[in-house]
Write a protein that binds this ligand. Structure first.
Ligand SMILES: Cc1ncc(COP(=O)(O)O)c(C=O)c1O
Length: 393
């Protein structure tokens, strides 16, 4: 309950709510088999390692990684996965003058690491513009791709809900000799994912946005690329050998997993994958699609134009993230009124300041759906929005 109202959770784009199966998998780890991984030989240590490595296999299956679990690196979150890409692959493969092409609708997690690489190496960071239709403007993509070594774009905008044509972009990038990385934080928990079919090169996402726990991210790349990436962090667990004169890094994904990893979180992620597979990602996608279509049409008709949706109206290639701009009312005020109704939305710039600037906005109030969202959630959202509009005249 919030303010004597049942919680209406519409902030799944920030973090999704884990189902009981995920919480139980984590509790089971701590209560029954807590031990470190890859080290002990006693039974619970083996079980712990088994859970951790099973999660790697589950996520490889979930995204259809061509060479399976050997291509899955566990990190802390999407942000760390993109930093791993920039600071390991980027630092080893890019040089001054090379271009990384991102887009104007990126989260800061897919902008700042590239600016940092620009400071370190002198690369150029170039932006694909976003059109007035809230979609990537690809009219000059061939020119934009000149000199580009890496395209790094989001599969779905966390502000607009726009779903980008990743497969097409992968084809164009490859035709120009560039690799393509995908910030998949907003899509993996909401629609089917197949990195083989997309023919992409890098994929970054977070467990906590796909019904899993916080503190665990995923980095995927093809085995042959991973094999040549230098380690990012050094320490225990990421080596084959260490002597007083040097070290030999481990082969495979553990090379990037220095120190004790998030073991209980991996057990939770494994359960989240089973849960989502049980629902069926096509069903999850269809469910959220229907919710989004319903919400957009009611927002369009019930507020006399006082509420503007910052994102495509067309629900084809669009996810369940609905950013609202209420005429004359700051997004924080909107969110505060909504809180009185128990409605959880996110006000602010959503870590996408270049995009906010593009649309001349300071903030939006963002409602976002998850697999557990219901049409009743939209009813309460609209009831609360009606009150906010009335309150602020
Ligand atoms: C598109 C996108 N990329 C990256 C991130 C960063 O995710 P995390 O905070 O889990 O690293 C987010 C988080 O909201 C996001 O929406």
């Amino acid at each position: 309950m919030i303010n004597d109202r049942p919680i209406t959770y519409l902030d799944s784009a920030a973090s999704s709510v884990p189902p009981r199966a995920v919480i139980e998998a984590m509790s089971r780890h701590y209560e029954r088999r807590h031990a470190n991984v890859h080290r002990g030989v006693y039974q619970t240590a083996n079980e712990s390692t088994h859970d951790y490595e099973s999660a790697r296999e589950a996520i490889a299956r979930f995204i259809n990684a061509p060479a399976g679990a050997n291509e899955i690196v566990f990190t802390k979150n999407t942000t760390e996965s993109i930093n791993l890409l920039a600071k390991s692959w980027g630092a080893a493969n890019l040089k001054a003058g090379d271009v990384v092409l991102v887009s104007e609708m990126e989260h800061h997690a897919n902008i700042v690491p590239w600016f940092q690489l620009r400071e370190a190496l002198g690369i150029e960071v170039r932006f694909i513009p976003v059109g007035d239709d809230f979609r990537l403007d690809l009219t000059t993509i061939d020119e934009l791709l000149e000199g580009v070594k890496l395209v790094s774009v989001t599969s779905m905008s966390n502000v607009l809900g726009t779903v980008n044509p990743i497969k097409d972009l992968a084809q164009i990038a490859h035709r120009h000799g560039a690799l393509i990385a995908v910030d998949a934080a907003q899509s993996v928990g909401h629609s089917p994912t197949d990195v083989t079919e997309l023919d992409v090169d890098f994929f970054a996402f977070s467990a906590h946005k796909m019904l899993g726990p916080t503190g665990l991210g995923i980095f995927w790349t093809r085995q042959e690329i991973l094999a040549d990436m230098p380690p990012f962090l050094g320490g225990g667990g990421m080596i084959t050998d260490v002597s007083s004169t040097g070290y030999v890094p481990a082969k495979g994904p553990t090379r990037f997993e220095a120190g004790t990893p998030p073991i209980a979180e991996a057990a939770g992620l494994g359960a989240a994958v089973l849960y989502l597979e049980g629902l069926g990602m096509d069903n999850v996608h269809e469910h959220e699609h229907l919710l989004t279509e319903d919400a957009l049409s009611r927002l369009e008709t019930e507020f006399d134009g006082r509420i503007r949706v910052i994102g495509p109206r067309d629900t084809i290639a669009r996810g369940g993230v609905i950013s609202l701009d209420v005429e004359g009312v700051h997004a924080h005020d909107v969110a505060q009124v909504l809180d009185q109704f128990g409605v959880c939305v996110r006000p602010g710039h959503h870590c996408a300041k270049p995009l906010m600037k593009r649309f001349n906005l300071i903030a939006t109030a963002r409602a976002s759906y998850g697999p557990y969202s219901l049409i009743q959630d939209t009813d309460v959202l609209l009831e609360a929005l009606t009150d906010a509009v009335k309150l602020f005249g």
